[in-house]
Write a protein that binds this ligand. Structure first.
Ligand code: PLP
Length: 410
């Protein structure tokens, strides 16, 4: 019998999830998963942050809470405290009542809401033809999220210089200079995924200068605040600098990594508007978009984050938990770099310690990646990106020797 679904083509699997499945099915006891973008302890296990465990108990015990619908835009105390950690406690924009936010389903939801709004309303026009620029390379979902929101022209901007394994600043600035006026630029707030390479403060200032002069829209994606330096304020430097430069802008925040709340889908879209009247109208349209998308957001993750950020002792404890994660990554970076150096692995490996955040862009080519997977059961993305959190004191020797053997032989 014919099926109504007979013509549906098989879609390609999402690379990072396919990699995890292949890893699960691998029988090699030495196997290592460096693909997935999630924190692991030195025992290779997921980590429920101690502060989260504590706040979960507070929520269970609080008889004043219930499961009624939240406001369409989300939990007010979550939205304001989330925006505050992005923009800073004493942000003049917050004091001027021109900052608002939408609670979203993870960082992805925040990007989606931002994209849907911009396509409909940005600059008073239909924006299907407005170019959206994403870094080359970037988190692969950026392209699809903006395309799926109706932007027909999603383009890469130059970012990574493979030769020098660092930022291609001239290329980046050149693409900003030549972009059509009002183009939208998605900027990684810190700990760039996948390259682990961020502009310096001076370089960000150059980027801001061109973006302001050429009237380009700033859309920050902040998925790793705290992971780059271990310090929330340092990691928000770029976002805060752009606010001081007077931009009207968006910042999509994800609490998946820095709170370890991957499956609770906690995100926030911070909006910095010209004034409170503009903000009010923007939020009214955001409400319409949320209504037809998920109608109403979930509460558990937002409560966890809001209680943590709004209680001084818990806030301090969370910062400490974040630092624990960031420090373990730093330790693994230093250790991997030292081991490759000691093995005299061909090439330079300083980029492993120079890069920041959860990921390292190793420079291994697709053939070498395939060899690592097939011959060594070490799973990493085809781009050569590895999740530093997948390394532990137990598997790091095996990984370093495997990289050495691969670079020598392939
Ligand atoms: N943006 C970047 C750069 C990311 O790496 C990720 C997660 O991998 C996200 C956004 C989305 O995060 P979430 O899982 O909160 O949707």
């Amino acid at each position: 019998i014919m099926s109504l679904f007979g013509e549906v083509p098989q879609a390609t699997p999402v690379a990072v999830f396919k990699l995890s499945n292949d890893f699960k099915e691998d029988a090699n006891p030495k196997k290592v998963n460096l693909g997935v973008g999630a924190y692991r302890t030195d025992e290779g296990q997921p980590w429920v942050l101690p502060v989260v465990k504590k706040v979960e108990k507070i929520i269970v015990a609080d008889n004043s809470l219930n499961h009624e619908y939240l406001a369409i835009l989300g939990l007010p105390e979550f939205r304001s405290s989330a925006s505050k950690i992005a923009l800073g406690e004493d942000s003049p924009a917050i004091q001027e009542n021109r900052v608002g936010a939408v609670q979203c389903l993870g960082g992805t939801g925040a990007l989606k809401m931002g994209a849907e709004f911009l396509r409909r309303w940005y600059n008073g026009n239909d924006n299907t033809k407005t170019p959206v620029y994403v870094s080359a390379p970037t988190w692969e979902n950026h392209n699809a999220v903006f395309a799926n929101a109706g932007f027909e022209d999603v383009r890469p901007y130059k970012y990574w210089d493979a030769e020098k394994r660092g930022l291609d600043l001239d290329g980046f600035l050149g693409d900003l200079e030549s972009a059509p006026k009002h183009s939208i630029f998605v900027l990684h707030a810190c700990a760039h995924n996948p390259t682990g390479t961020d502009p310096t403060h001076v370089e960000w200032m150059q980027v801001a200068e061109v973006m302001k002069r050429r009237k380009l829209f700033v859309f920050f994606d902040s998925a790793y605040q705290g992971f780059a330096s271990g310090c929330l304020d340092k990691d928000a430097w770029a976002v805060r600098y752009f606010v001081t430069q007077g931009f009207e802008m968006f910042c999509a925040q994800s609490f998946s990594k820095n709170f370890g709340l991957y499956n609770e889908r906690v995100g926030n879209l911070t909006i910095v508007a010209r004034d409170s009247d503009n903000l009010k109208r923007v939020l009214s349209q955001m409400e319409k978009i949320v209504r037809v998308t998920w109608s109403n957001p979930p509460s558990q993750g937002a409560r966890l984050v809001a209680i943590t950020l709004n209680t001084p002792e818990l806030f301090a404890e969370w910062k400490d938990n974040v630092k624990t994660m960031a420090d373990r990554v730093l330790l693994m970076r230093a250790s991997l770099q030292a081991k490759l150096q000691a093995l005299e692995t061909p090439g330079t490996w300083d980029h492993i310690t120079q890069q920041i955040g959860m990921f390292s862009f190793t420079g291994l080519n697709p053939k070498q990646v395939e060899y690592m997977i097939k011959e060594r059961s070490i799973y990493l993305m085809a781009s050569g990106r590895i999740n530093m959190c997948g390394l532990t004191t137990k598997n790091i020797d095996y990984v370093a020797e495997s990289i050495h053997e691969t670079v020598v032989n392939v």
